[in-house]
Write a protein of this length. Sequence first.
Length: 231
Amino acid sequence: MQHKILIIEDEPDIAGMLEYLLRDEGYEVIVAYTGEDGLQLHAEHEFHLIVLDLSLPGIDGLTVCNRIKQSSTIPIIILSARDKDSDVISGLEIGAEDYITKPFNHREFILRVGKILSRIKWIDKQKEIKIDDFVINLEKDEVYKSGKRINLTPNEFALLTCLVSRAGWVISWQALLKDVWGHEDWEGGREMVKVNIQRLRKKIEPDPHSPEYILNEWGKGYRFKNIDKEE
Ligand code: CA
């Protein structure tokens, strides 16, 4: 499968160079020169990754990142000028997966992109995932703990696999709502996600009140504990 990447960067030289580097690695690339166009393209196409410049005319990069993360699990790498460290921290706080400061090393940029995409590819290739004493069978939609089957509803299973497939990354409740239930943001959606997370915790966590696996990221969403991914 060819991965499709959206670049949102207003400086034509940098956008052109990023496009060239990514195309050279075999990725399909689309460039947006404003945040507005980026959001539009994101809504119209299925991308696997977004490279997002923080300083954009019109809607700024942080707002773009925030809007995308509120409806999607797509990973975002933010680009920032070196003197804007606080923007990078804000970007990571609202859920960007990684950041690169300009000027950047081309090789390093490609490696970071590859690392994020390989995590996504990894989950697609798995028949089952083992985490501590859990086994998640992705072919049969079954979960076992210490060899014993745990009964999950289809929505609970979808919620668990969505979280595990992005283990270590924060997912907003809106993105879970969309991914698991197919709903856009609606009143009551936050509560529905919360209730289902609580049910799932009761079934899989040793102590649901002090979760080890499904963690709250206050004000941002949920994060499954990071897991080692072996090929
Ligand atoms: Ca810029």
